[in-house]
Design a protein around this ligand. Structure first.
Ligand SMILES: *[C@@H]1O[C@H](CO)[C@@H](O)[C@H](O)[C@H]1NC(C)=O
Ligand SMILES: *[C@@H]1O[C@H](CO)[C@@H](O)[C@H](O)[C@H]1NC(C)=O
Ligand SMILES: *[C@@H]1O[C@H](CO)[C@@H](O)[C@H](O)[C@H]1NC(C)=O
Ligand SMILES: *[C@@H]1O[C@H](CO)[C@@H](O)[C@H](O)[C@H]1NC(C)=O
Ligand SMILES: *[C@@H]1O[C@H](CO)[C@@H](O)[C@H](O)[C@H]1NC(C)=O
Length: 274
C-alpha cells in the first residue's frame, strides 16, 4: 500500500519536474524509494489469521514470505526451488546463499523427511530437529507455542541494545541471555550444534535489515523500529523505512556476521551464568 502511495506521488511529481528543476533532490529520493520497495508490488501482506488451513513455522522470515505471497499463502506444498526463489526475489540473496540456507534448513529435518519433494511450514517446528529452545522470539517447548511470536521476547531482544539499532554485540548478548533464561525455567541446556545454528539464524537479522556499510562487521546495524515491526507482524517493514538491499547479500557477509555474534556470545556467557 505504501509503495502504491509513493508510486502515485512520484508519478504526480514528474510533470512538476518537467516545468522546473526546483526539487531535484526530493524527486530522486522518491524515485530511489519507489525502486527500493517495488519488490512488494503484487505481494501485499495478508495476516496468517485469515487464511484457511494455514501452516506456519518458528522462522519469522519463512512466515513473512508466506504472508506476502512469495511462498504459497497457506504455507503448504513448498519445494526447495520455491524456497530458493523466495530468498532471491524478496531479499536479494545470492543464489548460492539461498541454496545453502535451504539445504541447511531441510538437512535439519533428518531422514526421511529431508527427502520430501515439498514441505509445509509447520514441518520446521519439529522440536529437536529444526526447532530448538532458547529462541530469541519464541517460548521453549515446555512453555507453549514455538510457532507464534512472543512480543515480550521481541522487546527484550531490542532492549539488549541501548541505542535505536541492534547489532552483533547486542545479538551476542541476547543469545547468551536466552540460553541462561531457558535453563532457569527448566529446559535442557542447548546442544553445541543448536547453539551454533541459533547464531546462524540470528545473523539474518543483521544480514537482511542491517546497513552493511564498510568492512567492519561490528558496525553493521539494524533499525529497532524495522526489526520490531517485522518480528511482531511477520511483514516487510517498508513503512518503517525498510528497502530491499540493492546489492545481493552473500554467504561471505553472513560468515562475518556469525563470527562476530559468536565472539560476543562467548564474552557474555559468564555474565548470565547463575
Ligand atoms: C490442511 O492441509 C493438510 C496438508 O495439505 C491436509 O492434510 C488437511 O486435510 C487440510 N485440512 C483441511 C481442513 O483442509
Ligand atoms: C503440490 O504441488 C504440486 C506441483 O507443484 C501439485 O502437483 C500437487 O497437486 C500439489 N499438492 C497439493 C496437496 O496441493
Ligand atoms: C543447490 O544445492 C544442491 C545440493 O548441494 C545442488 O545439487 C543444486 O545444484 C544447488 N542448486 C543451485 C541452484 O545452486
Ligand atoms: C537426509 O538425512 C540423512 C540423515 O541425516 C542423510 O544421510 C541424507 O543424506 C539426507 N538426505 C537428503 C536428501 O538431504
Ligand atoms: C573493504 O575491503 C575491500 C577488499 O579488502 C577493499 O577493497 C575496500 O576498499 C574496503 N572498503 C572499506 C570501506 O574499507
Amino acid at each position: 500500500m505504501f509503495s502504491d502511495i509513493i508510486a502515485i506521488f512520484f508519478i504526480l511529481h514528474v510533470p512538476c519536474l518537467a516545468l522546473s528543476f526546483d526539487h531535484p533532490v526530493s524527486s530522486s529520493w522518491f524515485k530511489a524509494r519507489a525502486e527500493a520497495v517495488e519488490f512488494l508490488d503484487g505481494y501485499p501482506w495478508t495476516p496468517a489469521a485469515i487464511i484457511s488451513n494455514v501452516s506456519r513455522s518458528p522462522c519469522p522470515m519463512l512466515n513473512t514470505f508466506s504472508n506476502h505471497g512469495f511462498l504459497p499463502r497457506n504455507g503448504r506444498n513448498i519445494t526447495k526451488e520455491d524456497f530458493n526463489e523466495a530468498q532471491v526475489q524478496a531479499l536479494h540473496m545470492s543464489i548460492d546463499l539461498a541454496n545453502k540456507t535451504t539445504n541447511a534448513m531441510i538437512a535439519k529435518l533428518g531422514s526421511p523427511r529431508n527427502t520430501s519433494a515439498s514441505f509445509d511450514l509447520e514441518d520446521f517446528a519439529a522440536h529437536d530437529a529444526t526447532d530448538h529452545d532458547a529462541s530469541l522470539t519464541r517460548l521453549d517447548v515446555i512453555q507453549g507455542s514455538s510457532i507464534d511470536v512472543n512480543p515480550g521476547l521481541v522487546q527484550f531482544l531490542l532492549d539488549d541494545s541501548a541505542d535505536d539499532w541492534i547489532d552483533t554485540l547486542s545479538i551476542g548478548r541476547s543469545r547468551a541471555r536466552r540460553e541462561a533464561e531457558s535453563i532457569a525455567i527448566g529446559s535442557p541446556k542447548l546442544s553445541t550444534s543448536f547453539t551454533r545454528f541459533a547464531q546462524l539464524e540470528a545473523s539474518f537479522i543483521v544480514l537482511i535489515f542491517g546497513d552493511l556499510n564498510g568492512n567492519d562487521t561490528d558496525t553493521w546495524r539494524a533499525s529497532k523500529d524495522q526489526v520490531r515491526h517485522w518480528l511482531n507482524y511477520e511483514r516487510f517493514p517498508v513503512e518503517q523505512g525498510y528497502a530491499r538491499s540493492s546489492d545481493s547479500r552473500t554467504a561471505e557477509q553472513q560468515e562475518c556476521i556469525i563470527s562476530s555474534i559468536e565472539n560476543y556470545h562467548n564474552q557474555f556467557v559468564s555474565m548470565y551464568e547463575t
